[in-house]
Design a protein around this ligand. Structure first.
Ligand SMILES: Cc1ncc(COP(=O)(O)O)c(C=O)c1O
Length: 368
């Protein structure tokens, strides 16, 4: 299998236009107390029947701290939008129109990027019309966003109207979800995270197989694409966060990675099977968390002071805990959990998070 060097990938990334927004490299941290907390919740009987002795049931867990990219509460979009913002500026756009869900981290991060780049930003925020202005949406407001809250089925009309008005005023609007660069930039960002991770893992002596764990999207795809083109023994589990066909996800991941591979001159794109998809942790609907998410948030916070969010990273951790309990995660292969951020939405779920505390029994880690 023909692979490429680190230098090849680094040089190809350096050639891309870029507008710096993030504090990089992000740390890679061990989470031994979280590992023990998870193990403490696995019934002893399962332990004995699987091993005949009390070996570890949970793998070593490392956390890639993408929540610490810094700008406006950080998160994975810090990497994504360095490339998108440069593209917007280079092409002379003066206004960004974006359409996103009420909970959207992306909406917040584009507000941050626009504030830094001096661009006007208009957000069409979908549904949840009676929900308070809090979390990400509140931060958008603070950063100068013009917010239009509309039902989802009115979004296209709203965007067309906004765009036509701007053009009539002589402006040049960039309509975010309709532009291809947005699809590619997150994958570029996480191919670069791959460069960091290979180095960081090497530094701590982890040179064999590793399983990456994150939400199904551009970030985990970028890391897997990096590994494939470097010939590294890294596998990846992508936890789906909203209901939808696996095939559609595989097609999108393949198409995005194809575009990135062409631009970075990489021999391989992603194919079906490169990402192991987990579809059983989506919960009832996007933005509606289930108890496993709250449990995961409490476990991570109490054991490692690791704050996860309700819609994304809490779900990815709930999936990791669930799969470890089921004995479906190889304990001999370290897991690198991509903490992709999403922190501001924690506050939008204050009541639910607080209510759950009485159902959570904390594993006893005293003395550890
Ligand atoms: C915090 C967070 N993690 C993960 C994702 C998954 O998608 P992607 O990797 O494409 O950003 C999202 C999507 O919005 C997100 O907000």
């Amino acid at each position: 299998m023909q692979t490429v060097t680190r230098n090849h990938i680094a040089t190809a990334l350096e050639r891309l236009p870029r507008f710096r927004l993030s504090h990089l490299d992000t740390p890679l941290e061990d989470a031994p107390r979280l590992r023990r907390a998870i193990e403490a919740t696995i019934p002893v009987a399962a332990n004995e029947s699987r091993n005949g002795k009390t070996n570890s049931l949970a793998p070593r867990i490392l956390i890639k701290r993408e929540d610490t990219t810094g700008l406006a509460f950080g998160g994975n979009k810090g990497r994504h939008f360095e490339f998108t913002t440069a593209h917007i500026l280079e092409n002379g756009y003066d206004t960004v129109i974006n359409v996103n869900d009420y909970h959207s981290n992306q909406a917040r991060f584009i507000a941050a990027a626009c504030a830094r780049a001096g661009l006007r930003y208009i957000l069409v925020s979908l549904d949840n019309l009676d929900e308070p202005l809090t979390g990400n949406l509140l931060l958008c407001k603070l950063m100068g966003t013009e917010i239009h809250r509309v039902p989802a089925d009115y979004a296209d009309k709203m965007v067309d109207r906004l765009k036509d008005d701007l053009v009539a005023e002589g402006k040049k609007p960039f309509v975010l979800p309709r532009e291809k660069i947005v699809d590619l930039s997150g994958v570029y960002g996480f191919v670069e995270a791959g460069l960091e991770l290979e180095h960081q893992l090497h530094e701590i002596g982890v040179t064999g197989p590793v399983r990456f764990w994150g939400l199904g999207g551009r970030s985990i795809s970028g890391v897997r694409l990096y590994a494939k083109n470097r010939g590294l023994p890294w596998s990846a589990t992508a936890v789906m966060y909203s209901p939808g066909a696996e095939e559609t996800f595989n097609e999108i991941a393949a198409r995005r990675s194809q575009g990135v591979a062409e631009r970075l001159n990489l021999p391989y794109a992603l194919e079906e099977g490169d990402l192991d998809l987990l579809t059983e942790y989506t919960g009832p609907a996007y933005g509606v968390p289930f108890d496993g998410v709250f449990e995961a948030m409490y476990m991570a916070a109490k054991s490692e002071a690791l704050i996860l969010d309700v819609n994304y990273t809490g779900m990815a951790m709930a999936a990791l805990i669930g799969e470890i309990r089921e004995g479906r995660v190889d304990p001999s292969v370290p897991v690198v959990f991509l903490h992709t951020g999403g922190l501001p939405q924690v506050f939008a779920f204050a009541e639910e998070i607080s209510d759950f505390s009485s159902s959570f029994s904390s594993p006893d880690l005293s003395g550890d």
